[in-house]
Design a protein around this ligand. Structure first.
Ligand code: MG
Length: 203
């Protein structure tokens, strides 16, 4: 399976990192060894001292597709999960300044937290998806699918121009504002609406 991630998909997050607003989706990938499941703890790796949380809605792909038009994109997904795109921010800044790929800062082991449960999108109808990250009981990031620059359908269409989508592939759809560092002992809890989808510790 493949893990796609979208960068810079929320205006206020672009501003907090002083990035430019993209005119097409910023896409990068993580390997399957990046997945952190079942509320297992995130052990802070040794190669950076600044790991940021980025809470993100995660689309799961239901069927194989290539060159999917925006109009037909809804046929390729039906459920939504919640994850964290952990980022070694100091390392990413160095790599960005040098114009180098981000993988070491973004795609390392356990950098892709994923909820065990995915919620059927049909449960939400046309309502926006509201989600949040609490750390030690305090809300740090909140987002709404309405704030996304590129919609789910636009992302599926765009990614499938370059990569064949397969059943089980995941798309991390970008983080809203409020990213920041985690530290040992933190407890991270993620919600869509009032459904708690993950709850784990940083060690
Ligand atoms: Mg991200």
């Amino acid at each position: 399976m493949k893990i796609f991630c979208i960068g810079r998909n929320y205006v206020e997050h672009i501003e907090e990192l002083k990035n430019e607003r993209p005119d097409e989706p910023v896409v990068f990938m993580k390997p399957d060894s990046a997945l952190l499941r079942k509320n297992k703890p995130f052990y802070i790796p040794s190669f950076s001292s600044e790991f940021h949380h980025e809470i993100e809605l995660v689309l799961k792909i239901d069927s194989v597709g290539k060159n999917i038009s925006k109009r037909f994109a809804p046929r390729y997904y039906s459920s939504i999960g919640l994850g964290i795109d952990f980022t070694a921010r100091d390392l990413q800044e160095k790599l960005k300044q040098k114009g180098l790929p981000w993988e070491k800062a973004k795609a390392f082991d356990n950098s892709a937290v994923i909820s065990e449960r995915f919620l059927p999108l049909s449960d939400f109808g046309s309502d926006p998806l509201l989600f949040r990250l609490d750390i030690n009981g305090e809300t740090r990031q909140t987002g709404s699918s309405l704030q996304m620059i590129f919609s789910f359908d636009e992302l599926v269409s765009h990614i499938s121009k370059y990569f064949t989508l397969k059943t089980g592939d995941l798309i991390y759809t970008g983080t809203p504002a409020g990213v920041g560092p985690v530290k040992i002992g933190d407890r991270l809890q993620g919600y869509i609406g009032e459904e708690k989808l993950f709850d784990f510790l940083v060690k």
